[in-house]
Write a protein that binds this ligand. Structure first.
Ligand SMILES: Cc1ncc(COP(=O)(O)O)c(C=O)c1O
Length: 449
């Protein structure tokens, strides 16, 4: 199996990440456990900054917080000099609570509420990325009420849909995100924005998909965006100063994945923007990108303990772990394919194909099919790499399972950055109406176990 980031096997045959033995991590923090490799995150942030920094103009890397957002993650992103994109009041609240600099905060999302927009305007964040005309009106109203003016990017749907290896260019759009180029909505939104006193239009944003391997998708999208920038300039006199090309760069989850490198991605985007501006007689705008998965994905590993093992002779062998779709819903949601590795002993010797099952009451709660592993026993530790993106951030309490803890590992040290949930956390928001209250119910939350 591919070893990511600082992963290695130590002399005891145990998997180590960030210089920490995963057997010790399981003992000290329990399982399931999200392990975040700090050096890998910092390395990716630095690679993004240096790769885009080589371009001919100004650039900004805006980490997409939806990928994985905790206060400690916000701190790391800040320290590495990236900006941060939030998509909800909750993400904004987290960023503000972590003391993230407001002048580096962006706010995406297709249905921001009045309260969320108020929060953003009051905090004085850098940009709101306005998704549609209705939101444009709402933000303008909110900003004027607060005697403020918000600088905005307008989310445009260029008509490029990217899916890993291919992309399709559709003139006709059917997306809940953004204002369409083909149907004239984007131009109408520019005209509207220019007439509003509560907002100042600065540029445009698009996001064509996620887990994209083919850089032609980005070249195509950049071309369409530049066409639009030229058209908007001709028809409204608006000069686009910032072009945000969203996120989406793919990563390696398994042998079938062949992602492009960050350097090639940056070069492809810059080349497309520079050449495209030249042919259209445009002054190149500042280039922004919003990477998420390609910064955080490979830095995360989930450590599980093996429980029940069930052999259906001639059919398949199920190895159940103490987590599943609650901590990693990507398999059930998208059919994502992960690899995994035995973490607590050397995997030398013969292997068999097993199927890793979660512990939820859903047949669909399977984590990995047909995984080659040595003979597994109850109590073994299984490490599933590449779980830094869209795992914790998409986790749930289905079946009232507890969300795992998260540790940040580096140079042999492990720091808890998210506590494991407790049973009392599950009860925190539950209320029993008085008429259902039983006399005998204990006053405290303390339930006899
Ligand atoms: C608007 C926007 N920007 C950035 C991202 C991050 O994408 P990725 O994690 O694929 O880089 C997303 C993800 O869906 C998104 O919707």
């Amino acid at each position: 199996m591919h070893l990511y980031g600082t992963m290695r096997f130590n002399s005891k045959g145990h998997l180590e990440i960030g210089g920490c033995d995963t057997v010790d991590l399981a003992r000290d923090f329990g399982t399931p456990l999200y392990i975040l490799d700090e050096a890998e995150i910092r390395g990716k942030c630095q690679l993004y900054r240096s790769s885009f920094g080589k371009g001919p103009g100004e650039s900004e890397i805006v980490y997409a917080g939806k990928t994985l957002m905790t206060m400690a993650v916000a701190r790391l992103i800040e320290e590495e000099g990236l900006s941060l994109d939030v998509v909800s009041g909750g993400e904004l609240y987290t960023a503000l609570a972590a003391g993230f600099p407001v002048e580096r905060l962006y706010f995406n999302g297709n249905n921001k509420s009045r309260e969320e927009l108020r929060m953003a305007v009051k905090a004085g964040i850098r940009r709101v990325i306005v998704d549609n005309i209705s939101e444009l009106h709402l933000l303008d109203e909110v900003a004027r009420e607060l005697h403020s003016n918000m600088k905005i990017l307008l989310r445009v749907t260029p008509g490029v849909e990217a899916h890993t290896h291919e992309y399709i260019q559709t003139g006709q759009l059917d997306s809940k995100f953004g204002v369409g180029l083909a149907n004239g909505q984007a131009l109408a939104a520019v005209r509207e924005a220019l007439g509003k006193s509560g907002v100042t239009l600065v540029g445009f944003q698009c996001h064509i998909g996620s887990q994209i391997f083919n850089l032609d998708s980005y070249r195509a999208a950049a071309g369409l965006m530049l066409d639009f920038i030229a058209k908007a300039a001709r028809e409204t006199g608006f000069t686009c100063r910032e072009l945000d090309m969203g996120g989406g760069l793919g990563i390696r989850y398994n042998d079938q994945d062949t992602p492009a490198g960050v350097e090639d991605y940056a070069a492809a985007l810059w080349d497309a923007v520079e050449a495209g501006c030249q042919t259209r007689g445009l002054k190149p705008p500042k280039l922004l990108v919003e990477p998420g998965r390609s910064i955080m994905g490979e830095a995360g590993t989930t450590l599980y303990t093996v429980g029940s093992i069930k052999d259906e002779p001639g059919i398949r062998k199920y190895v159940a772990i103490d987590g599943g779709m609650t901590d990693n819903p990507r398999v059930a949601l998208y059919g994502a394919v992960y690899e995994a590795i035995l973490a607590n002993r050397s995997a030398a010797g013969s292997s068999e194909l097993v199927n890793i099952a979660g512990k939820c009451c859903e047949s669909g709660d399977m984590l990995i099919w047909d995984l080659p592993l040595p003979s597994m026993h109850r109590g073994d530790l299984l490490a599933v790499p590449c779980t830094g993106a869209y795992n914790y951030s998409m986790s749930s309490n289905y079946n009232r399972l507890l969300r795992p803890a998260m540790v940040l590992v580096n140079d042999g040290e492990a720091h808890l950055i998210v506590k494991r949930e407790t049973y009392d956390d599950l009860l925190r928001n539950d209320i029993i109406p008085e008429r259902l209250e039983r006399q005998t119910r204990p006053k405290s939350m303390g339930v006899a176990l």
